[in-house]
Design a protein around this ligand. Structure first.
Ligand SMILES: [Zn+2]
Length: 279
């Protein structure tokens, strides 16, 4: 068995290499999409009650906006291709491409074998936050979603209003599915408005009170036909307890806008890889 090498410090000081430099990604077209939005009309809105989730649909070329209302609240977002639930948000690759937290100009990518942009972030009023002294940022793709299984595992408790369960109920209601069938489609989320990071010393996942204020919003351009689900997390601003009824919780507003998309824009194709895997 190897012991600590004598040149351990030298090995630790190897230069970090960005795994996926994003410069070769197609341009996100934020300015053109924002300009188009000014001519769009609001076609729907929905209030997500605290400790609940709701589904919404956005056609390709449309825009949806998640708005903080009443008080600080975190939202857990799932996205699917409205025509095929197997294509859904790939938080891991989104993180690898854009970093632990996303903001204007970043895209939300779908799972393999599709791997295409599902939505583009075109406006983020919390973009000012950046990365704080603890290493925390807003809108992460590092958390999974609060769920009743982890509560069972860590504390033996049963709680039914975790984001995982809220998303499951919302999807089941939207599609007329059995709960157990809907649950299989619930996946790792974009944590909208949540402030999270990893502790510098131990690398542990942490959360802190969200800086979100009523009026803050995250605006996304739908690159493909989308079915979305948003849960108003039982953690509220996620500054203390979650997976319980203790935290103060507030609703979240989802608005949908439709109109003429920017000239030259086309819904992206799925990955061009031939899927032969070397055979
Ligand atoms: Zn949650």
């Amino acid at each position: 068995m190897n012991s600590t090498p004598s040149d351990a410090d030298r090995r630790r000081s190897a230069k970090p290499v960005v795994v996926y430099p994003p410069e070769t990604l197609p341009d996100a077209g934020v300015a053109a999409k924002l300009a188009a939005l000014s001519g769009y009309a609001k076609t729907g809105e929905m209030l997500v009650p605290p400790r609940e989730a709701r589904c919404f649909r956005v056609p390709a070329g449309g825009v949806f906006r998640i708005v903080s209302v009443e008080g600080p609240q975190v939202g857990d977002l799932n996205l699917w291709n409205a025509g095929a639930l197997s294509e859904r948000l790939f938080s891991g690759k989104t993180r690898a491409l854009h970093g632990t937290h996303v903001t204007t100009g970043d895209r939300l990518w779908s799972v393999l074998p599709y791997l295409r942009p599902m939505a583009t972030l075109i406006e983020d009023t919390l973009g000012w936050y950046g990365i704080d002294a603890d290493g925390g940022g807003v809108h992460d793709v590092i958390g999974t979603r609060c769920d009743p299984y982890t509560g069972q595992l860590l504390s033996g408790t049963t709680y039914h209003r975790c984001c995982h369960s809220n998303l499951t109920r919302a999807l089941a209601d939207e599609l007329g599915m059995a709960l157990n069938d809907a649950e299989r489609h619930v996946h790792d989320v974009l944590n909208v408005f949540m402030c999270t990071g990893f502790t510098r010393d131990t690398g542990q996942y942490f959360m802190k009170a969200s800086p979100v204020r009523p009026g803050d919003r995250l605006t996304l351009f739908a690159e493909i036909d989308l079915l979305g689900a948003l849960s108003a997390c039982p953690g509220g601003d996620c500054g203390g307890e979650h997976s319980s009824d203790v935290a103060a919780c507030h609703p979240l507003l989802v608005e949908v806008f439709e109109g003429d998309p920017p000239e030259g824009w086309a819904s992206p194709e799925v990955s061009g890889y031939d899927r032969s895997h070397g055979r």
